[in-house]
Ligand binder design. Sequence first.
Ligand code: PEP
Length: 250
Amino acid sequence: MRRPIVAANWKLNGNRSMVSSLVAAVNKHAASAVSADVVICPPFPYLVESRALIDQGNAYLGAQNAAKETNGAYTGEVSAEMLAEIGCRFVIIGHSERRQYYGESDSIVAEKFVRVQEAGLIPIVCVGESLQQREQGKMEQTIISQIQAVIAKAGISNFNNAVVAYEPIWAIGTGETATPDQAQQVHALIRGEVAQQSESIASELRILYGGSVKADNAAELFAQTDIDGGLIGGASLDAAQFNAIVSAAG
Ligand code: PEP
């Protein structure tokens, strides 16, 4: 039985007053999520402050990115070790916004996956196709090569301590959600790809859906066989919305 996860990706949003109200409200609600993990990923400057507010068993701190290097002359970067030291448990890597705006290739994402695990943290690795790739019939090929790049670098056995998030780019922040059937189809594709190398790891792998998940569509999505929770952007900035999504998961 896979335990659902609902992760809040604040992106480049928030301030200290939002940390104290939103993290506190989500942390409190997480205690009622008896069968789901809740991960809160605020921007870097708010991680330490957020950590101090997270004290419920089901709630964890996560970061939105980590460097592919461990230390050295990489101005502006933050290492996975640093994130571990301040109490993060999860790190989102390969979000489509990082791939698109910061040039993160499949191979960079794979390196980050390895670094995050070396630091003892759990990567939430994002994959997803653009609208153009979907319309050109290249969705499967895109997803498979994104997954395979990580498997090739990290090895299949390391997927036993990782989370995958399927986020169709055309559904992120657009209000246009994949239908439960569309999402299920891709989640099954991802699980099937992993199963080709290890059925046991595939059956335990938690695969989240992300892309305009809201309180009113979450339950339908999470009811699909291969959907194990969500990665939530916009709706994670509102405590009532996000907590309702957490309730829908577990
Ligand atoms: C995201 O950025 O991971 C995301 C899914 O955003 P939204 O929920 O706003 O579509």
